[in-house]
Design a protein around this ligand. Sequence first.
Ligand code: MG
Length: 410
Amino acid sequence: MRIADIRATTVAVPLEAPLRHSNGAHWGRFVRTIVEVEADNGLIGLGEMGGGGESAESAFRALKPYLEGHDPFQLEALRFKIANPTASLYNNRTQLLAAIEFACLDLIGRHLGVPVCDLLGGRLRDRVPFASYLFFRYAAGEHGEIRTPEQLVAHAAALKEAHGFTVHKLKGGVFPPDHELECYRALAAAFPGDRLRYDPNAVLSVAEGLRFGRAIEGLNNDYLEDPVWGLEGLRTVREQVRIPLATNTVVVNFEQLASNVLRRSADVVLLDTTFWGGIRPCVKAAGVCETFQLGVAVHSSGELGVQLATMLHLGAVLPNLTYAADAHYHQLTDDVIEGGRMAYSEGAIAVPSGPGLGVSLDREKVARYAEFYRETGGYPYDRDPGRPGWYPTVPNERFADPDISVDIRP
Ligand code: MG
């Protein structure tokens, strides 16, 4: 089996509502690049990457001369062919490599008639539990604004009712810490048997991170995720707050993982199949974490069904996955895979059992959402549609006003 062609298609899939975060917002849709790697035997492997447009599509086209004739089974060679670590200073292709790795694993699985998790050691679980990823949101359509503790708790209760979540993650860093603390405490009070995690995307000052961490010490926390920026900032918080610290920002490669093993800043490493360069590097990193008794969880950088399948196969094989995974997935209104969105049951999603990643493209949906991308285009992730002229700083000194309702609907 040899790689014969690579195709990349940008799609935009609507979210229920714009999702606010410390850097700005997801403006009401996810823009993703769907990658198809076709082999000379006619099989097609699927990949996915965040973002899109002409620059992303041309970056994949530019890989064709590197990959034409490559055997998809040769995954280590693939890594050095396109993301040699000593060349990556000049051509960081980690995310491109990840999408191609997904597609090659999909091809291998389809070729052999086995699911990807069977190529990675075999599944230890058939379902991967997820947290209810909660965002402050702008209003859209029939969905009201989520800004106050009452609105947030009502939203979490609706998600729990619909999907069965028993772990709740609050994406913060939008409003002043005191307001977000009130929201977090309201979640704890509303769901006393459930577990919680808070992630302000590293924008708190160390002093605010310490204050927030100490204030939630008595709650049923999984961990405190990236309260502040940097390994040194996290270490300072970790030394003074009795909650495990997690990161998806400053332990995202093996060099940083080594630093974190030698001088621990984070207790839990959030593995992202895109940012680590594929599913296999995440499995390797989880092995290092197992050796050094670090926790792991599955990170979400926004996903459609192809990426979600990579997260499910990863989650299926990790013995040390003791935390629920994160996914933005329930915030979407649709998907581009056959059968529509995968379903949550009791807060978990079943690991696909078909060959390869176990998902196929719904061609009509891909065409529809490629057209939606052409109509709507990209959006600046690091700008906030409700605050024209604002830009983020770290630590953030200009949080949004929690007392003011902002309606960005035209
Ligand atoms: Mg995070």
